[in-house]
Design a protein around this ligand. Sequence first.
Ligand code: ITT
Length: 196
Amino acid sequence: QELVIATKNEGKAKEFKDFFARYGIKALSLLELNDEVPDIEENGTTFEENAALKAEQISAIQSTPVLADDSGLIIDSLNGRPGIYSARYAGVQSNDQANIEKVLDELTGVPIEKRDARFICVLAIAIPNKPTIFKTGFCEGKIAFTAEGKNGFGYDPIFIPSGYTKTMAQLSSGEKNKISHRYHAIQQLEEWIKNI
Ligand code: ITT
């Protein structure tokens, strides 16, 4: 079986492939679809709204169930930023490196006790003619003082998961996929996945 994932983010796409392979399902990202899909403007004000926008618009075009992921990093001492702006925190054309530098810059001089943060992943599954399903997962941790590690994507090099002394980017993909926000959200879909 196949399931379309409404993402153009390669890091996310790889994680979904690994998760769904366990259930014998091939996850296909928008980067792999043969048809051109329009860029979806993520103009919602919440993770849920943005996840629904992506899943529902692609599902309407493809006439199949579509899963979308809206995720981000929430830093307590930055009043929850970058939040829904995580992908473009350092500007519209920003990349992971620039986003990381902006966060580290804003946390200059902030001690470890005040560097609490969490990743959030909101999944929306749009099914033609049915209400959209939502599932949310979190991963608690702290923001490191410097970027370390090469695995994963996004803010992984500066995120130290609770109970670890290494950043998420220093963990193997197998280790990340057992503790991540995305894993915790997908876990709640098990029943739905079995009925695909
Ligand atoms: P799509 O909308 O095409 O899926 P995107 O990168 O624009 O890709 P989002 O709008 O959901 O996706 O932004 C999520 C951002 O949050 C992402 O670009 C990363 O910077 C960050 N992020 C999400 N999950 C992460 C993870 O597991 N590790 C590190 N950073 C993550």
